[in-house]
Design a protein around this ligand. Sequence first.
Ligand code: NDP
Length: 487
Amino acid sequence: MRAQPKASHFINGTYVESPNGKAFQSIYPATTEVIAELHSADEATVDAAIAAAKEAQKVWAATDPITRGRVLLKAAELLRERNQELSELETLDTGKPIQETLVADAASGAECLEYFGGLTSTLTGEYIDLGGSFALTKREPLGVCAGIGAWNYPIQIACWKAAPALACGNALVFKPSEVTPLSALKLAEIMIEAGLPAGVFNVVQGFGDVGARLVSHDDVAKVSLTGSVPTGAKVAALAGEHLKKTTMELGGKSPLIIFDDADIENAVSAAINANFYSTGQVCSNGTRVFVHTTIKEAFLARLAERTGNAVLGDPMDEATSIGPLVSKAQFDKVLGYMKIGADEGARLICGGDRASVASLPEGYFVQPTVFADVKDDMRIATEEIFGPVMSVLDFDDEADVIARANDTAFGLAAGVFTKDIQRAHRVIDQLQAGTCWINTYNLTPVAMPFGGYKKSGMGRENGHAAIEYYSQIKSVYVEMGDVEAAF
Ligand code: NDP
């Protein structure tokens, strides 16, 4: 097995196995070859990870912030040095093409570590003048945090949680998706090499039950989940029962609105990026593309032409732009939605079926698919598909399209294409979405907070905003005079 780790878990600075835990495999979705065999953590293993984190957190929180920052910066440097190796691993685990993983996965994780590494010594409190006496605030870590990840951006998600958590002086126990368990272990190795004390960043593998044990454990102060809305509801309910702090990065069905004055070529590029990057497996994807009726046919013609240039093939080949879906389950789900779209009467512009790649006959490849004339209530327009299936809807009126764009329980992201700057801002101001773009789509620089409105999430990752979710403020009143009492 070409990606077999030394053991399934990484706890207190070392690889640990849990031979009695449920066995599972990681497969390369382009071939279905088994690349690693692991075991889910049993209860004792989860508890050991939390215990290690609890001890290590005290040391880490007492480490001066500049030193903490230096460790995160060193980890970023090591990630960059090993980008090729880490990208190949991520491609094997997820099936995403190497042309993407080389720039979007470990590389974005490194940026996140750099950003938060640079912030460690700026996490100050404030002085509050009380007229003689005064108060001060201190920003303190929460303690042990748990991170639970989805499978679409495994190392990026691990970094998006680890970097702010560690910058604030917390320890983290991270559970990757069991579909993509491998790169988080490499990150754990790199953290140790960068000088992170053993136990500050730990990885435990497993299914939902492992996630649930992390959430309910008394020594875990906070939970950050990246996953679907149904899982988010379960995790938030369990966290609520234990009054844990939470960050929820959940799913979406985001609108991308293209007005009649938009640059069509750029709008087509954005729609492609918003639907087909990572084979459509991106939470913030703009899967409801509202196009003004006057430019709709021109937009569709150019979109079909350019989608025809997509290169489906061996993910390890840098020329490949679309890889397989991550798993058989996702493959079946996405093919199911392609059928639903056709059955619902949407007009198929391109794709609509599985794709055959001659050299990889077992791979979970599907064609990048565009449906036009999609109606608001069709399932392909209301449910998160998480695959390369774009729904194009028509509109004529600005107020109407805003109302339709908002008519969903999700609220993760939204985009607007227009050359009219006032209209762009007017529309964005009314869209119920946590992350918005004007004249582009799906760019998520680490300095920009990321997160959802409505059922798409709670809290924010990235940017200064993330600090609020990994630290707590202690207020200290300092009496400078005498203390008066009634008697
Ligand atoms: P899931 O919701 O199925 O799983 C997310 C994680 O939660 C996995 O590690 C999963 O483990 C774990 N989990 C499942 N059940 C429980 C439970 N009861 N308690 C604790 N943990 C649990 O999501 P997917 O992995 O399928 O990822 C796709 C989803 O993630 C999409 O909806 C997508 O939109 C969303 N997502 C959101 C992002 C954001 O930032 N907003 C970014 C990326 C993806 P296991 O895998 O073993 O089931």
